[in-house]
Design a protein around this ligand. Structure first.
Ligand code: ARG
Length: 620
């Protein structure tokens, strides 16, 4: 469906043309004085300069022309020229009602699929295998999931990849810690027979056992212990580096351990992401990029793009117009070790081979800004991605504690995600139990659903790039700009709808057939009624912006716009609800009209929260 602003602008442009002015002046925006009008056009002011006339004269001409147009006249309830030259417009109730009827009959409530099936890779989550998922990974997961959902809804083919950190030093640390703890394991008895370059020449028996030599809880304990040890013990650190190097060079016993680490850790990660309602199409990682790296390095070197500098292999990426000079991208360190940037370039080669996407979106902490500038520039410079391929790095601000510093546990440690989720669920649970409207089991179930909404909305309602303060009390409040408030609105509408349905079903069969048919059958089948009150009109106007908002939120990669919209929509519903007797309305036709309207509000809200990645409970 066309956006309502575009429909209005079409008429406005035509009216400018009718008066002999260029159509381009007919731009229309939402009014910034909602007390005066609903939409406004400021084009007369700009046209005044070009045509050497007074703005108000132009505005008067255009307003009159708009009223003279048949389509303009049905669309507008009033058009007014006001000093110095604004054209103010109010929509007619009939027009707005018909627009909402259009939304009701459309598949996606009037949102048009502008994606055309274009493939977009979204790289988000980015958990590091064997390290616990912590709050640092929270934002990228929540935001990425939302971006992916919006894109799919708009008809893009979004491919979400978790891009695990599964190839770094943590693997060597775990291997060496495991050796110290369980030296009897077979993996450690092939040492001496390895060849000098660190790769293994002899056969390690193909280890296809599903049984890992550790559980997830052991693994969770092994990594921090090893990491702490490496900080104190230089020789342990050196061993871990050596083990990492050998793993990366394909030493079979270590590959076998790695496979076990991956299996155990992946199961746990999937569970954790699952509890966040975050899913991925691909569970790839840095390790998958490794086969591409030798060829990549050879290619960059042969073409003279990469060169030796202080023992390392680098590619220049600086451009003369950079505000400050950017360091070259290091492709290989002097010790030959694999690098984060090299992995990302290898991954791009694989993604080009498998998907040739028209856009890449990476979502990480803002501290990775330079890394992605370097990777994107090398990828373009070497022609690994087409010049027109969009490469976007969405940089997330930090989630801070109330002290304004990155969020920590009470003890000052890194907060694990599960604990954070538990904290928020418990806070919601307590709020629900205060009112005692549910038994413990239902409250427990509801608090998980509401808790997730509180957490995700608390995050998504902030601009991606801005830091924000994680505030359990505020996030879980049922009032204000919060997830629970939105859910509460939905639940409230659902309850009105079910009461209405019960009352309709309760009416006698005979009544239903004679007069009541209007009451029951017409609710879905009938048409939206023009607004009768200012509150109703405001609610309808808000609803009509839905398709525009979704498109803009995706184009600007700004989930907070969607949040802002549902907050305003919920508020508009609240005002309507407070000033309108819905179920007590005696005129059945009118009542059915209200029901149609609030059902559309519910449908739009539900579709928005689905895009944001959470859902509403039955009751709260
Ligand atoms: N594992 C990385 C981290 O924890 C994030 C990965 C982001 N994605 C990428 N393609 N580099 O920082």
């Amino acid at each position: 469906m066309k956006k309502i602003l575009d429909l209005i602008a079409e008429q406005m442009r035509a009216a400018f043309e009718d008066c002999g002015y260029a159509a381009d002046y007919g731009k229309v925006t939402l009014s910034n004085r909602p007390d005066l009008c609903e939409y406004q056009c400021n084009g007369a002011m700009a046209a005044a300069k070009a045509y050497h006339k007074k703005p108000i004269d132009i505005a008067n001409d255009v307003a009159a022309a708009l009223k003279n147009r048949a389509a303009g006249n049905t669309m507008a309830a009033s058009v007014e020229a006001v000093m110095p030259g604004f054209i103010n417009l109010k929509l007619s109730g009939e027009y707005l009602a018909a627009y909402l009827d259009g939304m009701r009959s459309e598949d996606k409530l009037g949102v048009e699929e502008c994606g055309g099936g274009a493939t977009v890779i979204v790289d988000y989550g980015g958990a590091n295998v064997a390290k616990p998922l912590h709050v640092g990974h929270l934002r990228t997961a929540i935001i990425g999931e939302c971006i992916k959902r919006m894109g799919n809804y708009l008809g893009y083919r979004m491919v979400g990849d978790v891009h695990l950190g599964d190839w770094g030093l943590q693997m060597g640390l775990i291997i060496e810690e495991l050796r110290d703890r369980k030296p009897e394991l077979p993996y450690f008895h092939y040492e001496d027979k390895r060849s000098a370059d660190g790769t293994c020449a002899e056969d390690f028996p193909e280890d296809d056992s599903e049984e890992a030599p550790f559980t997830i809880s052991e693994l969770e304990e092994i990594y921090p212990a090893a990491s702490a040890k490496a900080k104190e013990d230089e020789s342990f650190k050196a061993r871990a580096q050596e083990a990492t190097f050998r793993l990366q060079n394909g030493y079979p016993p270590y590959r076998a351990i790695w496979r076990h680490i991956m299996n155990v850790s992946l199961a746990d990660l999937k569970k954790n992401y699952g509890s966040l309602n975050v899913t991925f199409d691909l569970w790839k990682g840095e390790s998958d990029a490794q086969p591409y790296i030798p060829g990549l390095i050879e290619d960059l070197t042969k073409r003279g793009l990469a060169y030796e500098s202080e023992g390392a292999l680098v590619v220049d990426i600086a451009r003369p117009d950079d505000p400050k000079e950017l360091p070259p991208c290091i492709i290989r360190k002097s010790d030959g070790a694999a690098l984060y940037a090299t992995s990302d370039l290898g991954t791009i080669l694989e993604r080009e081979r498998d998907y040739a996407p028209s856009e890449y979106i990476y979502i990480t902490d803002k501290r990775q800004e330079l890394h992605f500038i370097q990777v994107f520039r090398v990828a373009k410079k070497a022609g690994y991605v087409k010049p027109e391929t969009k490469m976007t790095h969405m940089m997330c601000g930090t989630m801070n504690g109330k002290d304004g510093k990155p969020f920590k546990t009470r003890a000052g440690g890194v907060m694990r995600l599960e604990n954070l989720i538990r904290e928020i669920d418990e806070a919601v649970y307590d709020r629900i139990m205060e009112n005692r409207t549910m038994d413990e089991e239902e409250a427990g179930e509801a608090s998980r659903i509401i808790g997730l909404a509180a957490l995700k909305y608390g995050d998504l309602s902030n601009q991606v790039s801005k830091d924000y303060v994680f505030d359990v009390d505020r996030f879980t409040s049922f009032e204000g700009n919060t997830g629970p408030y939105i859910l509460y609105t939905i639940v409230r509408i659902k309850s009105i709808l079910s009461k209405y349905e019960q009352s309709v079903a309760g009416a006698s069969l005979a009544m239903k057939y004679e007069q009541g048919q209007a009451a029951c059958g017409s609710e879905a089948g009938g048409k939206m009624r023009p607004a009768q009150s200012a509150e109703e009109k405001a609610l309808m106007l808000k609803l009509s912006a839905y398709n525009d908002v979704v498109e803009t939120a995706f184009a600007e990669k700004a989930p907070h716009r969607l949040c802002q919209f549902i907050y305003e929509l919920s508020d508009a519903f609240g005002s309507f609800y407070n000033t309108t007797m819905i179920l007590k309305e005696e005129d059945e036709e009118k009542k059915a009209g209200y029901i149609r309207l609030i059902r559309l509000v519910k449908d739009v809200l539900e579709s928005c929260i689905d895009l944001l990645g959470f859902e509403a409970p039955e009751r709260m």
